[in-house]
Write a new protein. Structure first.
Length: 222
């Protein structure tokens, strides 16, 4: 089923394949996921500049990617999704809208070059996947990817894989100046993330806690 997602007068098409998935439930009534109340997409729309380069790490089926490309009028979007079925759904949504500014990557982002397999934790939450030992999916680090340079906004939702991703992002984040939004499910994960981000010249924006699962904003320290 194809539906229209509506946000402040901007319409974007999306394909629903699993109506029980919590993201696609929002789509079924014409809404983006995380675009209500304290949702990250509302906050990004209100605070970040339109246009520019957006990076979606843990893109799942494309909720944030579609928002960045359409509502935020991104000049360039790079979307990373390691689970093949979700990646194919993401690519289908991008193709459906003819978003030539979006490039989708079927890789996991970690500390260094390698391989893994992806395990789905919940059928009702397609984005809830975790990395396991295996050889099905390629792992790369952000520091390997020169096309990430000059980012304006990065969103990171990688299900307990923050440390590995951050270890592989030292060069990228130290040189970068854009906003970075990172999901941290626990205080322990938040403090660990804070430590890496401080090392890379970033500070957490106090008082900004977004989404049902806490997501925090980091900006370059003055």
């Amino acid at each position: 089923m194809i539906v229209d997602l509506n946000y402040v007068g901007t319409k974007t098409k999306a394909v629903i394949k699993n109506p029980n998935d919590h993201i696609q439930k929002k789509w079924s009534i014409g809404n983006y996921y995380e675009a209500q109340r304290n949702g990250m997409l509302n906050y990004i729309f209100a605070t970040e500049n339109k246009g520019g380069k957006f990076i979606d790490i843990g893109a799942s089926v494309g909720n944030h990617t579609l928002f960045f490309a359409s509502v935020m009028n991104a000049l360039e979007v790079h979307s990373f999704e390691p689970l093949l079925s979700s990646f194919e759904h993401l690519q289908e949504n991008v193709d459906l809208n003819g978003f030539e500014t979006v490039v989708c990557h079927n890789v996991a982002i970690g500390e260094k070059e390698g391989a893994c397999r992806m395990e789905t934790i919940s059928e009702d939450n397609i984005g809830m996947t975790e990395i396991r030992e295996g050889k099905e999916t390629r792992i790369v680090s952000l520091d390997q990817l020169d096309f990430i340079e000059g980012y304006d906004v990065i969103k990171i939702d990688v299900e307990h894989y923050n440390e590995e991703l951050l270890k592989g992002a030292k060069k990228t984040f130290t040189a970068g100046t854009g906003s970075i939004y990172i999901e941290c499910e626990s205080i322990e994960e938040l403090l660990l993330t804070d430590g890496y981000m401080i090392e890379y010249g970033y500070q957490r924006v106090q008082g900004v806690v977004l989404n049902h699962t806490p997501t925090y904003k980091y900006i370059k320290s003055l």
